[in-house]
Design a protein around this ligand. Structure first.
Ligand SMILES: Nc1nc2c(ncn2[C@@H]2O[C@H](COP(=O)(O)OP(=O)(O)OP(=O)(O)O)[C@@H](O)[C@H]2O)c(=O)[nH]1
Length: 422
C-alpha cells in the first residue's frame, strides 16, 4: 500500500486537463424545481493494482476534510492491509477473506471474489446506511479491490454498481498509472480496458491520470485527440522494447481510430495523489459527470426500472389468471370468488351434480369426498343434524377424559421428558 500523502494542498493544483476548469463544484444536488434536495455523488474508484486508488482516496478524503465537507467512505477491498483513512463501511468488518480461503479451499483471488460475493448478499443493508447518511454528505468514495477484474467482471461487482447507481448519482473514476502508460501499447491496453468498463457499467466515466508529479499526462491527451500523433508514437516505438512492430502497430493504429468515438465522450483529468495536484479539475469533472448522470443516465435508469416493474406486474397478472383458471373462475364481472362459492353450493345441494369437480384445484375430488356425496341426501336434514350433534358430544367427552388423565402425570416428569428430548 501507499505511503500517506502530505496533508491536503488544494492551492498547488493545476495541470493540463480535458475537463474545463469550472468554478468550484457545488455540493449536493438541486432538484429540478430548484428546491435544494441534497444528493451526494458516489465516486467509484476503479483501477489496476498499484495505479494509486488507495492513495488517491486518501488525497480526496483529506482534500474534502480541508473544505469542511468530509466524505462517506466505503471500502470494498477485502485484501487491503493498510488503509491510510478510516472507512465508514469496511468489507473487512464483515468478511475475513483469509478465513474464506481456508474454509472454501481457495487461492487469494478466489478468496477475494468469494468475500465480495458474501458481502454483496448484505449490500441492501449497506445501501440502507448510505441512504441514511446521504443528506449529510456531499461525496461518497468507494475503494474497490486491487485485482480490477474481481470487481469489474464479477456478478457481485455488477450488482453493487447497479444498486449504487440506481440510488444515487454515480461516477466511475478510472485511475491510470501515468508513468507506466507512456508506451503506446500499454496506453492502448489501458484505453481498451477503460472502454470495456464504461460500456459495462454504462455510467459517467472519468479517466484519472494519476502520478502526474512523476510523468505529466499531456502525451495521453494528445494521443486521445490526435490520431496522427499516436501513429507517430507507434512508429517511433516500432521494434523497441515492447516489440510493437508490423502487425501489432497496424492493429493498434486501427484500434486508435475505433476508439475515437469513445475518446470524444470521455472526460480526462490529471492528478497527483501524492502532491494533491489536479484536485480542483478532478472535482469539476465529477460535478459535470453528476449533471450528466441526471440528464442522460437517470432517465434511462428510470426507464429500465419502470420496464422491470411492468414486467413484474405482467407476471403477477399471468399468475393470477392461471390461478383463476385453476379455480374455475373467470374474470367476467360477477364471476368472482362469491359467484364460484354460490355455484359450488348449488352443486353440493344437487345430488350427483358436480361430483368429481374440485373447485380448489385442477384435480378431481378424491374417493372419500365422493362417498360423502353419495351419503349426502340419504336421510332427512334433521336426522343428519342429530347425528352430527351426537358425534360432537362424544368427542367433547373423550377430550375431557384425556385432560383429567393427563393431570395424573407429575409436572416434574413432564419437564424431565422434555429435557431428555432436548
Ligand atoms: N509519485 C507518486 N506515487 C504515487 C501516487 N499515487 C500513488 N503512488 C504510489 O503508488 C503505489 C501504489 O499506490 P496504492 O495507493 O497502494 O495503489 P492501489 O491502486 O491502491 O494498489 P492496490 O490496492 O494494490 O490495488 C504506492 O507506492 C504509492 O505511494 C502519486 O500520485 N505519485
Amino acid at each position: 500500500m501507499s505511503a500517506m500523502p502530505t496533508p491536503a494542498d488544494s492551492s498547488a493544483e493545476a495541470g493540463p486537463s480535458r475537463a474545463p476548469p469550472a468554478a468550484a463544484p457545488p455540493v449536493g444536488a438541486a432538484g429540478a424545481d430548484g428546491e435544494a434536495k441534497k444528493q451526494p455523488v458516489v465516486i467509484l474508484c476503479i483501477g489496476m493494482a498499484g495505479s494509486g486508488k488507495t492513495t488517491l482516496l486518501q488525497r480526496l478524503n483529506s482534500h474534502l476534510h480541508s473544505k469542511g465537507s468530509p466524505p462517506y467512505i466505503l471500502n470494498l477491498d477485502p485484501a487491503v492491509t493498510h488503509m491510510p483513512y478510516s472507512a465508514n463501511i469496511d468489507i473487512r468488518d464483515t468478511v475475513d477473506y483469509k478465513e474464506v480461503m481456508k474454509q472454501y479451499n481457495l487461492g487469494p483471488n478466489g478468496g477475494i471474489l468469494t468475500a465480495l460475493n458474501l458481502f454483496t448478499t448484505k449490500f441492501d443493508q449497506v445501501l440502507g446506511y448510505v441512504e441514511k447518511r446521504a443528506e449529510t454528505v456531499d461525496y461518497i468514495l468507494v475503494d474497490t479491490p486491487g485485482q480490477i477484474e474481481i470487481f469489474t467482471w464479477s456478478a457481485s461487482g455488477a450488482i453493487i454498481t447497479d444498486a449504487i447507481a440506481s440510488t444515487l448519482p454515480t461516477v466511475v473514476a478510472y485511475i491510470i498509472d501515468t508513468p507506466r502508460t507512456t508506451s503506446p501499447a500499454t496506453f492502448m491496453s489501458n484505453m481498451l480496458y477503460a472502454c470495456s468498463i464504461m460500456y459495462k457499467t454504462r455510467l459517467p466515466f472519468l479517466l484519472v491520470f494519476n502520478k502526474i508529479d512523476v510523468e505529466p499526462h499531456d502525451f495521453a491527451l494528445e494521443w486521445m485527440t490526435d490520431f496522427e500523433a499516436y501513429q507517430a508514437a507507434l512508429a517511433g516505438a516500432g521494434g523497441g522494447e515492447d516489440g510493437e512492430s508490423g502487425y501489432m502497430n497496424s492493429l493498434m493504429g486501427s484500434m486508435c481510430l475505433v476508439l475515437e468515438e469513445f475518446y470524444n465522450n470521455l472526460k480526462a483529468v490529471g492528478v497527483s495523489a501524492m502532491t494533491g495536484q489536479g484536485m480542483r479539475e478532478f472535482f469539476a469533472a465529477v460535478e459535470e459527470s453528476r449533471k450528466e448522470w441526471e440528464t442522460d443516465y437517470k432517465p434511462e435508469l428510470d426507464r429500465l426500472a419502470a420496464e422491470r416493474e411492468s414486467k413484474a406486474a405482467d407476471e403477477k397478472k399471468k399468475h393470477l389468471e392461471r390461478l383463476m383458471k385453476d379455480m374455475n373462475m373467470s374474470d367476467a364481472p360477477g364471476a368472482g370468488a362469491g359467484a364460484a362459492a354460490r355455484s359450488r353450493g348449488g352443486q353440493m345441494g344437487e345430488k350427483g351434480k358436480g361430483r368429481g369437480d374440485n373447485p380448489f384445484g385442477p384435480y378431481a375430488r378424491n374417493e372419500r369426498e365422493d362417498r360423502y356425496l353419495d351419503d349426502e341426501g340419504s336421510g332427512t336434514d334433521e336426522e343428519e343434524e342429530d347425528r352430527i350433534r351426537r358425534q360432537e358430544e362424544d368427542e367433547e367427552e373423550a377430550e375431557h377424559a384425556e385432560i383429567f388423565d393427563s393431570r395424573d402425570v407429575p409436572a416434574a416428569d413432564t419437564a424431565i421428558s422434555y429435557g431428555s428430548q432436548l
